[in-house]
Every structure is written in structure tokens, then in C-alpha cells.
Design a protein. Structure first.
Length: 211
């Protein structure tokens, strides 16, 4: 099973890809995580990508296409994979097809902008263990410290409200058209992710025929 999960920031792509990864026993590939790892490691790709991410812009196609092609060529992808939030543009989707990268199903999670801003701007990460909290939905009992390790909770540079709004402008201009692109091919399923997590998960299971 080869799957693409589309949707705006904070729509729940990571949560649903983790579930599908476990169910189908295939890797979930998030270019966002790969790029963040490169940034933290100070690689050449990470240094270039950081400039765009800090400004709320998409990382250029040429910086990510080769990365994805090499990743899905690894042995653990022989039975399939999940692309979490990739492709991000119609141009990337077309480039994937030219490289012979085909998928079985595309799921698009849909979420209103105002809820996206609320979900992301309230997110806090532990600077030590990486645990994730939310100021409203999942606050730390220790205030500005992690309940697990005591590390300081911080807000990522790309989680501020100003940066989020810039990211959404780019998303609507560059990424949202992918919905129409894949709908025309007949293998797109749209799911409203504005409700409870369990409701979104149930809709995803239904889309894949999972009991």
C-alpha cells in the first residue's frame, strides 16, 4: 500500500500516518521531520531549508525530490510507504510521476484556518526530550516545564501566529490545488479533521476499509 496524506499544518497527518504505518507495517515518511533533523544536525540541506522554513515558505522542490526518491528506494519501503505531507505542489506531484513514484490512495485532511492557528500557536515542545504539549488542550502540569523530564518548554520559531499565517497563505496558493489535481485522477478521499481525534481516525479507517 502506497499512500499520500495531504492537509494543512496541524490537520493531524502525523497522527493518522502513524496509525496507518502500524496497521500496514510500512514506514511513514515525513519530509518535515527529515528536514528538521537536517537542520538540527547542521547539514547543507538543513541550512538551506531553514531559511525558507523560518520565513514560513515552502522548501524548494529541488531540495526535497532527491531526498524522497532515495528514501523510498530503501528496503523497508518494498511493501509500500506513507508520504506524510508530500508532495506539496502540483509540480512535485508531476515530478513524482515522471520518476515512476505512484501511489494507491490519497487522503486529504481538511481543517479551517482559525483552528489551525489555534492548534499550532498553542503548541510547546520540551527542549530536552521533545515531548509535545498544548497550552489549552494538553498543558503541562509543571507549567513551563516538561512533566516527563523537567526540561524547559519552548515554542518553535515556525509555531508563532505570524509565521503560521504566512505558512497558510503559501499552503492555499501552492498546496491546496493538489486536491483538485488528485480528485481528477479519481483516487482522492477528503476527511474533515476539525472534530475529535477519534472521529477523524474513524473516518480514516473507513476510507481504507479498516475495521
Amino acid at each position: 500500500m502506497k499512500i499520500i496524506l495531504l492537509g494543512p499544518p496541524a490537520a493531524g497527518k502525523g497522527t493518522q500516518s502513524a496509525y496507518l504505518s502500524k496497521y500496514y507495517d510500512i514506514p511513514a515518511i515525513s519530509t518535515g521531520s527529515i528536514i528538521r533533523n537536517n537542520i538540527s544536525e547542521g547539514t547543507e540541506l538543513g541550512t538551506k531549508a531553514k531559511v525558507y522554513i523560518d520565513e514560513g515558505k515552502l522548501v524548494p522542490d529541488e531540495l526535497v525530490m532527491d531526498l524522497v526518491a532515495k528514501r523510498i528506494a530503501q528496503p523497508d519501503c518494498k511493501n509500500g510507504y506513507i508520504l506524510d505531507g508530500f508532495p506539496r505542489t502540483v509540480a512535485q506531484a508531476e515530478a513524482m510521476e515522471k520518476l515512476g513514484i505512484n501511489v494507491d490512495k490519497i487522503v486529504e485532511l481538511v481543517l479551517p484556518d482559525e483552528e489551525i492557528v489555534d492548534r499550532i500557536s498553542g503548541r510547546r515542545n520540551c527542549s530536552e526530550c521533545g515531548a509535545i504539549y498544548h497550552t489549552k488542550d494538553h498543558p503541562s502540569k509543571a507549567g513551563d516545564r516538561c512533566d516527563k523530564c523537567g526540561g524547559k518548554l519552548v515554542q518553535r520559531a515556525d509555531d508563532t501566529e505570524e509565521t503560521i499565517k504566512k505558512r497558510l497563505e503559501v499552503y492555499h496558493e501552492k498546496t491546496q490545488p493538489l486536491g483538485n489535481y488528485y480528485a481528477a485522477k479519481g483516487n482522492l478521499v477528503q476527511i474533515d479533521s476539525s472534530g475529535l481525534l477519534e472521529d477523524t481516525s474513524a473516518a480514516v479507517r473507513k476510507a481504507f476499509g479498516v475495521e
